[in-house]
Design a protein around this ligand. Structure first.
Ligand code: PLP
Length: 217
């Protein structure tokens, strides 16, 4: 329930991204009217339609796997892309953001789960991205932090370890590459089933869908 989650997150200085994927505009407006402004979507087409139809005050977060050729559809309005997993994608985000004279916040998505299906960087590839000459030239993106999804499992120990690993990646990157960049501050981790563990492990942003909007079909 939205009204129960919010006080817990506020107490822990954690931002809520309300994940509205598959949910109709009326459901989004019900939460918007309770004060929520940050919403997350994982499909480009759906995000574009909702952005056109809903209040412009909404801050849209893209949390799904993003294909390079689709960046152009959201570059004029998307606030933060949580799923950056390649230099090529980052270059395209930078290029499209420049066209719109804006800066897009980006999070580096790390693969922390044991499951094969989850996308993301490892530390090696993140370092090679951040030390690439092309990265140094990008002036229309801000690397605002990291994102990760834990394994879908009942093992609290495993989930906790995976979140702790993401936090340690964040710390390493901050010390090595972002010591002078206060904008590098977000750790996007935690969903309906594991957000309390994520907050305990240092999450600054949780992405919660079904707990707020009900189960998806
Ligand atoms: C769907 C989704 C969520 C929210 O999942 P719930 O379990 O409904 O809270 C969070 N993060 C990502 C990347 C998602 O795709």
């Amino acid at each position: 329930m939205y009204s129960e989650i919010v006080p817990f997150l506020e107490k822990n200085n954690t931002q809520l991204i309300a994940v509205s994927k598959t949910k109709p505009n009326e459901a989004i407006m019900a939460i918007y009217n309770q004060g929520q402004r940050a919403f997350g979507e994982n499909r480009i087409q759906e995000l574009v339609e909702k952005q056109e139809q809903l209040p412009k005050e909404i801050q849209w977060h893209f949390i799904g796997h993003l294909q390079t050729n689709k960046v152009k559809y959201v570059a004029s309005f998307v606030h933060c892309i949580h799923s950056v997993d390649s230099l090529k994608l980052l270059q395209e985000i930078n290029k499209q953001a420049r066209k719109h004279h804006r800066t897009i916040q980006c999070l580096l998505q790390f693969k922390i789960a044991a499951e094969e299906s989850k996308f993301g960087l490892d530390m090696e590839s993140a370092k090679s991205l951040l030390t690439n000459e092309a990265f140094a030239q990008m002036d229309h993106i801000t690397i605002a932090g990291v994102m990760g999804m834990a394994t879908f499992t009942n093992s609290e120990v495993q989930v906790r370890n995976e979140f702790a690993r993401l936090k340690s990646y964040f710390n390493q990157l901050q010390q090595t590459y972002f010591a002078d960049s206060p904008a590098f501050k977000e750790i996007s981790m935690g969903m309906s089933g594991d957000y309390q563990i994520a907050v305990e492990e240092g999450s600054t942003m949780v992405r919660i869908g079904s707990l707020i909007f009900g189960a998806r079909n």
